[in-house]
Design a protein around this ligand. Structure first.
Ligand SMILES: [Zn+2]
Length: 423
């Protein structure tokens, strides 16, 4: 008796499930997608994928804004006598300590001083610096001692000025397109004796390389003193401008007189800036818009400096699935590491470049809508992704709408089509 009740119950459950059965259509080629898509308009809706504000950290969706890792190597230019810069283990220690200090500041971002009384939010910068490895060096780290008797030093003003010179970079940079080359430079001892010689901590960003000067001025335990100037230069490399100007591209960095320290009276009296992209004795705060600007640059396809970012979005990670539970418009480029699932009756609008890792899918549940507003969906790693699952439940189906020119690239079955046409 008990058994038959159980059987009946099981059968009822199956029958109920069948009436709400979900059917899935898998689209694995761009032709299949465009066949099913409803073209709502020949024109895309207005959207600026280059707006830094669209890249500001959004606590609701960590899945598409994972940490970005910047790979760095270190150079310690020196004369043949090896007397002027850090060498051996000390050079490696300098590099490691400096990177740790830079990352500490990026993690522990601080609140803006300006404008007085502001309520500008404070976010983790969202990127970190990592020392690259090189099995050809004694330490196994990408730390190099470059010998050049004519170019080992740094002079930023007056006779022999060479801060802008790329000679040392052209000669010694390693993997410039994929690693940030960091030149830790010393001042020439002769110049240091000259009255008025500028010997403070200084730096300059030059393409995908940067120079920091004065690295022998402090003992190794005070390497952290170079973290602010280093982060400032890395900021330049990733598109940040000096923030004391009005036109730095960010509304949350007010214009100001760019004071090094606060004074009793005059233009530097009272509260001064603590922003990383000013010249001040703090140089720590990064605003949401500045973080957005860095992220925008890091996501820009074909930008040279994107190559410095570790390509860790190629491997599919099921823990990085983006589940869209409320209507969402993404007006920014995204490097996804997992699937995208659009829940029932929810709309997702993509308007910019979206990378999907190998094997990943976009699942459009019943009644859900995916609007592709002049969007490009591709795989950034030369692999293929698995396409769209369009679900139907009863009379309701998931749908895809095209607005303007949509590009769906690198789908599993696009590759085979290409190889056929080559014959
Ligand atoms: Zn600067």
């Amino acid at each position: 008796m008990k058994k038959s009740i159980l059987l009946l119950l099981t059968l009822t459950l199956i029958a109920t499930a069948c009436t709400k059965q979900i059917q899935t259509a898998s689209l694995t080629s761009s032709t299949e997608v465009s066949n099913i898509a409803v073209v709502r308009s020949e024109k895309r809706e207005k959207c600026n994928c280059e707006d830094a504000n669209e890249y500001i950290p959004d606590d609701r969706f960590p899945e598409y804004q994972d940490l970005k890792i910047v790979k760095a190597n270190f150079h310690f230019p020196n004369a043949t006598n090896k007397e002027y810069n850090w060498t051996g283990d000390e050079a490696v220690t300098f590099a490691e300590k400096l990177i740790n200090s830079c990352n500490y500041q990026l993690i522990n971002n601080i609140k803006m001083n300006l404008p007085v009384g502001n309520d500008t939010p404070v976010y983790d910068a969202g990127y970190r610096i990592r020392l690259a490895n090189d099995k050809n060096t004694p330490s196994g780290k990408a730390v190099y001692e470059d010998i050049d008797d004519e170019n080992w030093f740094y002079i930023k003003k007056g006779k022999g000025k060479n801060n802008y010179s790329k000679t040392i970079i052209k000669k010694f940079a390693v993997n410039e397109d994929s690693i940030l080359n960091f030149f830790a430079m010393a001042y020439p001892p002769d110049s240091l004796k000259v009255k008025g010689f500028s010997s403070g901590r200084a730096g300059i960003a030059l393409g995908t390389s940067l120079k920091i000067a004065g690295v022998r001025k402090y003992p190794l335990k005070e390497v952290w003193k170079f973290a602010s100037v280093t982060n400032h230069e890395i900021g330049h490399i990733f598109g940040l401008r000096h923030s004391w100007y009005k036109n730095d591209g960010c509304d949350d960095t007010p214009a100001h007189p760019n004071c090094w320290a606060s004074t009793e009276d005059g233009k530097c009296a009272g509260v001064i800036s603590n922003n990383m992209m000013d010249y001040n004795n703090i140089q720590r705060a990064l605003t949401p818009c500045q973080i957005g600007m860095v992220m925008k640059t890091m996501h820009k396809e074909n930008s040279r400096v994107r190559g410095l970012v570790k390509k860790d979005w190629c491997t599919y990670n099921p823990d990085k699935t983006l589940v869209v539970e409320k209507d969402l418009e993404l007006n920014r480029a995204v490097d996804m590491k997992g699937d995208i699932i659009i829940e029932e009756n929810v709309t997702l609008r993509l308007s910019c470049r979206t990378h999907m890792p190998a094997g990943a899918k976009i699942i459009v549940k019943a009644g859900a809508k995916l609007i592709l507003n002049g969007a490009k969906i591709h795989n950034d790693c030369g692999q293929s992704w698995a396409g769209f699952d369009i679900q139907t439940k009863g009379t309701k189906s998931g749908s895809i709408e095209y607005l303007g020119d949509v590009k769906i690239e690198n789908l599993t079955n696009d590759f085979s089509e290409e190889s056929e046409s080559e014959e």
